[in-house]
Ligand binder design. Structure first.
Ligand SMILES: [Zn+2]
Length: 386
């Protein structure tokens, strides 16, 4: 048995669940979860999620060195079959047993609320539930807003029971670790290994060159998160995979697609893991989303994302796109677990659901009143609540 700071892993989780059960009993709903796992895939377009691979990009000699492999593995004439081939866990499990939004081919719309369509503002909106106009950069600037992890970790029921794992090295700033005291595991942070597998992971992370200056391979983020869930029994876990965005910025459509496929498998592994652990099984909500979309036309804009305001200001490298990267405000969301209805596709028409409502939705699923934490948060999305 692996020892943790506060005893055995099982005991830690048991205590957390007991406290949560007592709290839940005093407030109501028949269906609610004691645990939430929020997963983000950086800038994975709704187009790939709901239409599968794009043939023009997959056969493009500059964008897809491994194009033949893409076609072999993922091409089907029917878009739905194609999408299912790329992201089988999302389609076969989350979309069928839970609810999802953002397939714009089916009158289902989700968007960011922030005016920029790039990462830090997107993650801050997701995690804090508010859009602060001062957040206009991807720089390592301590976030003036509080994430739901910070708010909840300040309460006895969640103290020492939150975890955050990210491939991008800006997340310690997005979580304002100096103020929040949250232990964020991301590229550049120091890890104190708690088990033999974490010792190996930490050694490999130090010995394998990072693929990008600011983003590590998602495998490290993923396996650290799994290890933490097993050993520490967190009630709120955030996992941010980053490879999709960086391969897209590199202009590698093939690798972007393979990263999406891996992320789908990773999400499936997280779900299988929680269903195998007492206390988590049938007691955990998985919520999956992205921080922004990407372009579609002109063709090369699949690599980019930025609003009209962003290209006129902080994203001047894209200034030739005077209207910004069209469509990069479009996102998607999906959820599964106790308290989430099995509606499948949420048809919104033009009444788009928005990222700033995710934080309060997760609060509600945990039977917490978001207004007691920050009344300025976007309201919970009833569509994701039973
Ligand atoms: Zn991003």
């Amino acid at each position: 048995m692996i020892r943790t700071k506060s005893g055995t892993a099982g005991n830690t989780l048991y205590r957390a669940i007991t406290v949560a059960t007592l709290l839940a009993a005093s407030t109501t709903p028949a269906l609610a979860a004691d645990n939430v796992i929020l997963i983000t895939l950086d800038g994975l377009r709704w187009q790939e999620v709901f239409r599968g691979i794009d043939k023009t990009l997959a056969t493009h000699e500059e964008y897809s060195v491994r194009g033949e492999q893409l076609l072999d593995q993922f091409w089907h004439e029917d878009p739905q079959t194609r999408a299912r081939a790329l992201m089988p866990f999302l389609h076969n499990t989350v979309f069928t047993q839970g609810s999802y939004v953002g397939n714009r081919d089916a009158e289902s719309c989700a968007q960011v609320t922030n005016p920029w369509n790039f990462s830090y503002p997107g993650y801050s909106e997701i995690l804090t539930g508010v859009v602060n106009p001062a957040i206009d950069s991807n720089g390592k600037i301590p976030n003036p807003e509080k994430s739901i992890l910070e708010m909840l970790a300040a309460t006895p029921a969640y103290k020492d029971h939150v975890g955050a794992f990210a491939s991008w090295d800006v997340f310690p700033s997005i979580f304002n670790v100096e103020r929040s005291g949250l232990d964020v595991n991301a590229l550049g942070t120091t890890v104190d290994p708690q088990s033999p597998s974490e010792v190996l992971l930490t050694q490999l992370a130090a010995d394998i060159p990072t693929p990008w200056e600011t983003v590590r391979h998602d495998a490290f983020t993923h396996h650290y998160a799994k290890s933490f869930i097993i050993d520490r029994g967190p009630r709120v876990t955030f996992i941010s995979y980053g490879e999709t965005d960086d391969f897209a910025h590199d202009g590698r459509y093939d690798e972007y697609v393979f990263a999406a496929q891996r992320a789908d498998r990773f999400i499936g592994e997280i779900w299988q893991l929680v269903q195998s652990i007492d206390g988590y099984r049938d007691n955990t909500v998985l919520f999956v989303t992205v921080d922004h979309g990407r372009g579609e036309q002109p063709l090369e804009t699949w690599q980019h994302h930025a609003s009209k305001a962003a290209v006129a200001g902080p994203m001047q490298a894209l200034a030739q796109y005077e209207e910004g990267i069209i469509g990069s405000e479009n996102i998607w969301m999906a959820a599964i677990g106790p308290g989430v209805p099995s509606t499948g596709l949420l048809q919104t028409g033009t009444d788009c659901l928005t990222s700033n409502r995710i934080a309060a939705t997760l609060m509600r699923l945990l039977v917490e009143d978001y207004r007691q934490y920050n009344a300025g948060m976007g309201a919970p999305m009833e569509e994701f609540l039973q």
